[in-house]
Design a protein. Structure first.
Ligand code: MN
Length: 213
């Protein structure tokens, strides 16, 4: 009984070319993302078994696997929607994403400063990781996070709204070791309408942590 399922891609494998090759998208979605979905489901089953048998010898590993695979599933599910072949540029008022543009300017000083920070955070990941733009509910502002693997180095409660996958599987077939070039190219396929929708939804939920009520 699977709890999580692999979402369909919102476009063809080739839709993001030339920024991302069809082969990368195919493998990344059908193999890597599918692996995280399976991993999350398998881990939940193993935890259920541990509860039933009251056998807790593997609890540390299981909790780590749950965080890894579930976070991988969540980030990839956002990643596909964050991109479009018609994307790129800056979020602008005339495109109906003015609230997001204002929030970026208020939180980072300017779009250029935000872009520099997210680019740097993604491109300088050590090993496997992500650059993430997230809504932080206590301050009501946006922050950039440099995520280790899928789950480390994040502030609890923040909601990812724009995610750059910086794992080698996201670019190596095409960009080889040039991670900086890949991250720079990523800006050409950002779907600002999708990011703006996620910003509005995160803000709407408000201070769900019930801190500083
Ligand atoms: Mn990935």
């Amino acid at each position: 009984m699977a709890i999580y399922t692999l979402p369909e891609l919102p476009y063809d494998y080739a839709a993001l070319q030339p920024v991302i090759d069809a082969k990368i998208i195919e493998l990344h979605h059908d193999k890597h993302h599918a692996g995280y979905v399976k991993g999350a489901n398998d881990t939940l089953e193993q935890l259920a078994e541990a509860r039933d048998k009251e056998q807790w010898g593997s609890i540390n590993g299981l909790e780590k696997n749950l965080a890894f695979h579930l976070s991988g599933h969540i980030l990839h599910s956002i990643y596909w929607q964050n991109m479009t072949g018609d994307g790129g540029g800056e979020p602008l008022d005339k495109d109906g994403v003015g609230e997001l543009a204002d929030a970026i300017a208020e939180s980072f000083g300017s779009f250029a400063k935000f872009k520099a920070q997210l680019s740097k955070a993604a491109a300088t990941t050590q090993g496997s990781g992500w650059g993430v733009l997230a809504y932080e509910p206590i301050s009501g502002k946006l922050i950039v996070e440099q995520v280790y693997d899928h789950q480390g180095n994040v502030g609890q409660g923040s909601t990812p709204i724009l995610v750059f996958d910086a794992w080698e599987h996201a670019f190596y077939l095409q960009y080889k070791n040039q991670k900086v070039d890949f991250i720079e190219a990523m800006w050409q396929v950002v779907n600002w309408q999708d990011v703006a929708k996620r910003y509005a939804a995160a803000k709407e939920r408000g201070n769900a942590l019930l801190l500083n009520p």
